[in-house]
Structure formats: C-alpha cells, structure tokens
Ligand binder design. Structure first.
Ligand code: PGA
Length: 253
C-alpha cells in the first residue's frame, strides 16, 4: 500500500467559527498557499455552511472537505448531508468518525455505513479517525482498540482497490488537551495501522494509504513529526484557527 505522493496537512475548524470568520480565515490562508510548486497538500474542513461558501474558490494547493457525511445517498433522511452534495460544492474529502462525533453523537455504529457509502459513491476521499482514550492507553490497549476500530469501520467493504484512503491517528486524550504522543509511539502506531490494513485487505488494499497524526499539534511540537516516512501528514484543530501558525506549520512540514 503506497503512501501519499505528498504530505497532507488537514485543518479541522470544527464548529468554532461563524461564516464570516471562516471566510476571513480562508482569505488569509488562500493568499499564502496559492503558490506554484508548493510541496504539501492542504485540506480545509470548515462546517457545512462555510464549506459551501468557500469551496468554489480555486487555489493551487488547497482542497476542501466536510467534517461529517450522511451514511446514505439522497433520500428521506432528515438533517443529513449526502456525499454527492459535499462533492457538488467542490469538496474532495470527508472526515469520518472523529472522536468528538463518536463521543457526543454516538457515531460508532454508523461509521461502517458511512465508509461504505462514501467509497461506493467514489466521489470523495475518506479520512477515518481512530484513537484510544486515556483509560485504554493506561491499560495498554491502544493497538487492540485501533485494530477493532479499523476492522469495524471497514466491515462492509470488501476491496479498496484503486482507492485513496487516509487514516488519522488521533489519541482521544491528546485532542485539545495540549498533550501529544511521543514521536516513537506515533511511528509505532502508524506502522501498526498499515500492518492492520494489510491484514484486513490483503491483495485488495488501497492504491494510496496515508496515515496522519492529530491531537494538539502546534507551532512548538509539529517538528517532532516532520521528515518521518511513517507520518503522511497532520490533522490540526486548535492551531489551524490561527492563520499565521497554520501557514508556518503547513509550509514547513
Ligand atoms: P486539536 O484537534 O489539534 O485541537 O487537538 C485535533 C482534532 O480534533 O482533529
């Protein structure tokens, strides 16, 4: 399973900004990233409404994505946003199974159907989040937890042939807490994720598999994760809301 051809830096704006704030932040990023021969891919994940407002902007290095997606195609599913509409506004990625969605919106059970539907529609690239809680980590269950999350998420999918998939390793205890995993641990978990994906899919693995790290990445610590072949990129929450910090991290990574 080949790695991504470029490093990918993903900004998760969560539900932190209003539409005007999203537009203003995008404006600042857009100027900095609209350069020829920029080495990394940038993916911005605004909330749905802000996404629809900004995703028509063409930028050489910025791609757009949604923070969530309906498990179904168009139909009588009140409140849901179908993957085809995400695609139609110009997005090319969707985040699935973020720990905040797992914790506050009881996502776990619906993740396999989301993954299946997004892959069947084939329009956008899924970014699947996995990661252990502090309790699980203390009991040395990290790898088992992640294995189970991967097995479950892909339980309705037989083959990933020809697909591009991104897995985000986000330890739940590291998200928004200021604590990050050590680089040694991150590398170990990222390698394990690749191994587990190979075990699940054998000869039917994806054409490209990216494994990115997320959880309290900021200006002070991002360099720990740099220049490491096990780390395909970063998923950044808090620090992606400060234009200058995000521009520095995404340009230097
Ligand atoms: P954080 O968020 O960088 O603020 O920890 C990361 C995430 O939740 O994706």
């Amino acid at each position: 399973m080949k790695d991504l051809s470029k490093k990918i830096i993903i900004a998760n704006w969560k539900s932190e900004l209003d539409i005007r704030g999203s537009g203003a932040l995008f404006g600042r990023l857009s100027k900095s990233f609209n350069k020829k021969n920029f080495k990394n891919d940038i993916v911005i994940l605004p909330d749905f409404l802000s996404l629809a407002k900004i995703s028509h902007n063409k930028n050489k290095n910025i791609f757009y994505g949604a923070q969530d997606v309906s498990p179904f195609s168009f139909g009588a599913y009140t409140g849901e946003v179908a993957v085809n509409n995400i695609y139609q506004v110009g997005a090319s990625y969707v985040l699935i199974g973020h720990s905040e969605r797992r914790a506050y919106f009881s996502e776990d059970k619906i993740i396999p159907q989301k993954i299946k539907n997004v892959l069947e529609q084939g329009k956008v690239i899924p970014i699947l989040c996995v990661g252990e809680t502090w309790e699980q980590r203390k009991k040395n269950q990290t790898i088992n937890v992640i294995k189970k999350q991967l097995q479950e998420a892909f339980s309705l999918v037989k083959s990933l042939r020809g697909k591009k998939i991104i897995i985000a390793y986000e330890p739940v205890w590291a998200i928004g807490s200021g604590r990050v995993v050590s680089i040694t641990e991150a590398v170990l978990v990222h390698r394990k994720i690749r191994e587990i994906m190979s075990q699940i899919f054998k000869n039917n693995g994806p054409a490209e598999l990216g494994v990115v790290y997320g959880g309290s990445v900021n200006l002070k610590n991002y360099q720990n994760f740099k220049n490491n072949s096990a780390i395909s990129g970063l998923l950044i929450g808090g620090a992606s809301l400060k234009a200058s910090d995000f521009i520095k991290i995404a340009s230097d990574f």
